[in-house]
Design a protein around this ligand. Structure first.
Ligand code: NAD
Length: 330
């Protein structure tokens, strides 16, 4: 059986990545949509052959509970809306994939996890790179200490903001934060899954060269994550620099990805040679994996708890930016 997915929010990511990826999935398909824009409902319905009974808006969304075509709701909205729609989907009896960052606070993440647990529904976060072979190799090399213990780790992710100065990503109430929440989260993920450890403390500083644009949210953030074995990962995020890299140094060698975080075209190498994996669609692999978890009852490797762990790191980084110095995770 192929499970039916309904995408909630038909913005850039749903339109450019998720819907196209759902044309290549084996265990799930694009069964429904939730949108506030009637014109989009019309276009999508024709393009993807979605029946009228599987098209919802934000007001009648809860009646999705009566629709057996929809097994999984995929929340692809501005971050501040993730909690509400995840909880409404779980209460409607649907399994949920929620985009990153999971929510605007760790407390919201806890509430989302609790609601899905109470409804006995599975919850996963849209961490596509867990399903990318370059990142899976990075996890293996780091966690299995193939080149010995890691002695250094660096990661950077960002882009130069060139779009709408009124976008939700620049509003604290809708985005929760700026480049750190949106882009830095990939470097936190990478540090955590390359080391296989959870950071204990962080130290951060920020730079703002365009305060008129980044009035409410962070532009560029430099942060150090301190791991239990003493390793200090150096990470940075930005809405004003085109960064995408990851580099791990170990006792007897090392490995790196550059670019590290795009949908396509990741390149990587270790001291033993160049990585060479065939092209794949990260989002198709991610959604197929979740569909298989739902079908088999197996746990997902990227559950809500994974989103919560990143959010705790992000909150500690903001505490360091606000109050200075080294801040322990709570
Ligand atoms: P977007 O702005 O392109 O789309 C957001 C959609 O939400 C729009 O269709 C908009 O109409 C709708 N919306 C509903 N209520 C809204 C409100 N109150 N204010 C503003 N918009 C509202 O954003 P996007 O780039 O598609 O990002 C959506 C989510 O997907 C975010 O959580 C983002 O971090 C995540 N994302 C993940 C990846 C990834 O690689 N995993 C990539 C891009 C985006």
């Amino acid at each position: 059986k192929k499970l039916g997915i309904a995408l909630v929010g038909l913005g850039m990511y749903s339109t450019g990545q998720l819907a196209p990826a759902l044309q290549h999935t084996e265990h799930c398909y694009l069964a429904g949509i939730v949108t506030g824009t009637p014109a989009k409902a019309e276009t999508w319905s024709q393009k993807y052959n979605i029946p009228a009974k599987n098209i919802y808006n934000y007001q009648n969304f809860d009646s999705i509970k009566d629709n057996p075509d929809i097994d999984i709701v995929y929340v692809v909205l501005p971050v501040a809306l993730h909690k509400e729609y995840t909880i409404r989907a779980a209460k409607a009896g649907k399994h949920v994939i929620c985009e990153k960052p999971m929510a605007i606070s760790a407390q919201e993440c806890r509430d989302m996890i609790a609601a899905c647990k109470q409804a006995n529904r599975m919850l996963s976060i849209g961490y596509r790179l867990h399903f990318d072979p370059y990142h899976q190799e990075t996890m293996r090399l780091g966690q299995k200490q193939v080149f010995g213990k890691l002695t250094a780790f660096e990661a950077a992710n960002g882009f130069v903001w060139g779009s709408d100065p009124n976008a939700w990503r620049l509003k604290k109430a809708l985005a929760g934060g700026g480049g750190l929440m949106d882009m830095g989260i990939y470097t936190i993920q990478a540090a955590r899954y390359t080391t296989g450890m959870e950071p204990l403390a962080v130290t951060a500083r920020q730079e703002k060269t365009k305060p008129e644009l980044f009035k409410e949210v962070d532009e560029t953030v430099f942060f150090e994550l301190e791991f239990p074995n003493g390793l200090k990962a150096q990470c940075k995020s930005s809405y004003n620099n085109n960064w995408s890299s990851l580099k791990a140094t170990a006792q007897h060698g090392g490995f790196e990805l550059n670019p590290a975080f795009p949908y396509n075209g990741i390149k990587g190498k270790s001291t033993q040679g160049t990585f060479n994996y065939p092209p794949m669609i990260q989002q198709a692999a991610q959604m197929d994996n979740f569909a298989q978890c739902v079908l088999s009852g197996q746990a997902t490797s990227v559950p809500g708890e994974e989103g919560l762990k990143d959010m705790k790191v992000i909150e500690a980084i903001y505490r360091s930016l606000d109050h200075g110095g080294r801040r322990e995770l709570v």
